[in-house]
Ligand binder design. Sequence first.
Ligand code: MIC
Ligand code: SF4
Length: 638
Amino acid sequence: MAGTITEKILAKHIVEGEAKMGCEVALKIDNTLTQDATGTMAYLQFEAIGIDRVKTQFSVSFVDHNTLQTDFKNADDHRFLESVAKRYGIYFSKPGNGICHQLFLERFAIPGNTLIGSDSHTPTAGGIGCFAMGAGGLDVACAMAGEPFRIKYPKIVGIKLTGKLNPWVSAKDVILEVLSRVDVKGNVGKVFEYFGDGVKTLSVPDRATITNMGTETGCTTSIFPSDEVTRQFLIAQGREKDFVPLVADDDAVYDEVIEIDLSSVEPMVALPHSPGLVKKVREVGPIKVDQVAIGSCTNSSLRDLKIVARILKGKTISDTLHMFISPGSRQVVEHLVNDGEYVDLVRAGARIIENACGPCIGMGCAPASGSVSVRTFNRNFEGRSGTKDAKVYLASPETAAATALTGYLTDPRDLGGDSTIELPERFIVNDNMIIKPLPEEEAKKVEIVRGPNIKPLPTFDPLSDTLKGKALIKVGDNITTDHIMPAGARVLPFRSNIPEISKFVFEAVDPDFYRKARESGGGFIIGGENYGQGSSREHAALAPKYLGVKAVVVKSFARIHLANLINFGIVPLTFRNPEDYDRIDEGDNLEIEIGDLKGACVLKNATKNITIELEHTLSEKDAEILKCGGKLPWLKSR
Ligand code: MIC
Ligand code: SF4
């Protein structure tokens, strides 16, 4: 039978369930990745499962988020992660080596494999033809223990690319174009699969920029074919043996097709505060910009920094603006140094910072009050930069660099000249910051090192049939996990300490949330559409659970957050009639009869003396997990 890439990969990995859109399937997972901010929790959970060594083909632990070491906390986490990796047969990438997704693409990703990562931008590896999904840390821990990963069999949306990008237009503009068409909500359960003649005009790093930011649509993943361009990339990385050809058949059938003529794509920009608020740079016009930041897992590849260096060479950035660059990996840096481009960047006035997530997750480089920052990143949620009233625009490296020169949002096509970048036939390969897994016998002797900030996992009781409590907070549409559980330099060091991090839940939305939740002994969260969009951080479920949140009742959920709620025993429910959202106010006393969670539920609003019908999309297994109080107790009960 003719097939899409998605169908081909999934057919080889389904171990349970029917390959039919919307049906739950369990997938064998070949590889996993974690990063430090979600990794400590994931490995604490892996330890709790009690397996002696990871059961995947290989697993990798990266350190790239929490690299600011203002006290012992982050350094202790790094040491914990390193010892866990040694103990359980996991590759460990040391802090400073680079951003997990960039490194995974360069050094690990294999076409046709399945990958889950405790980071929502894991689909970056889709640029090489890997079926890669973001997941909560507990799901990654389970996959490392050999458990399959469950998803709803996706709706496969083919994105047909034709033509070729014009000079100064690049992959970021393509994904911004996609976002302008499909927005950040309404894409749960879809896979965006790229095909068509235009695909071969895009390099693997270009493709990875597109699949990376595909995450912002809320889809399950995005994927490109593995073709001759992929083979050349793997040869250049010294990994030809990892090449597997993988293309959709000519007569493959997609559930829906979106066509993009690459030659018609223009430089685009996402306006504050959503990656889905996309306009053409020309339409927005020359707004004054105070800061430019280049980097993040979306746009920190060698290609991206080479084009920036070309634009800045021999020039000086605008006097009225500051510029940061965070390269994606040491490989990128080594090339820039060797080819003299590093000097071009430094001389132009850019502040080059560590190869890490850095400003993307509010780890330094926060913009000044009320200022405008143009960033090559993938998210511009309010406050994420560390400055609540900053206005963050998302753009391509070309647009960002052109803007750095003028001090105003600038269409890079105004620069003129040559914009083609040749990638090296052979990249400089230096894996000396990747520690390989130890042989099994040696690994068993490794002692895991824990700092005082690494607190034991909280435990939770099974759920009763009736949930009672107050509506603790009522929020609107598109609430991100950054709203629920903020990140940034102040909060991230508490990722291994749930009692402490729970004090920050909903901090920017309602600074009183923690107190209210504590005083009421928990309760409910009421929300709108696309609740929990954004990151994979399970702390956005775990910390509310710790504060006694019993159910979240919303109009619709984002995929990874929904899974995390189930994993930690918070019941995710939706309104049968979205208008009923208006019939609950903060502070109302609510009661939800959940029974065995097999069917719909009824919510009684005792304050208003009304009943409201609720629904859910829980499978039987999800219901069992919830009733046990979460996935860990459920696993133990088996
Ligand atoms: C993000 O971009 O928001 C993060 C930080 O990478 C998160 C993971 C986390 O919160 O640790 C993500 O995207 O999953
Ligand atoms: Fe890191 Fe930003 Fe990428 Fe998240 S989106 S992995 S914080 S670079």
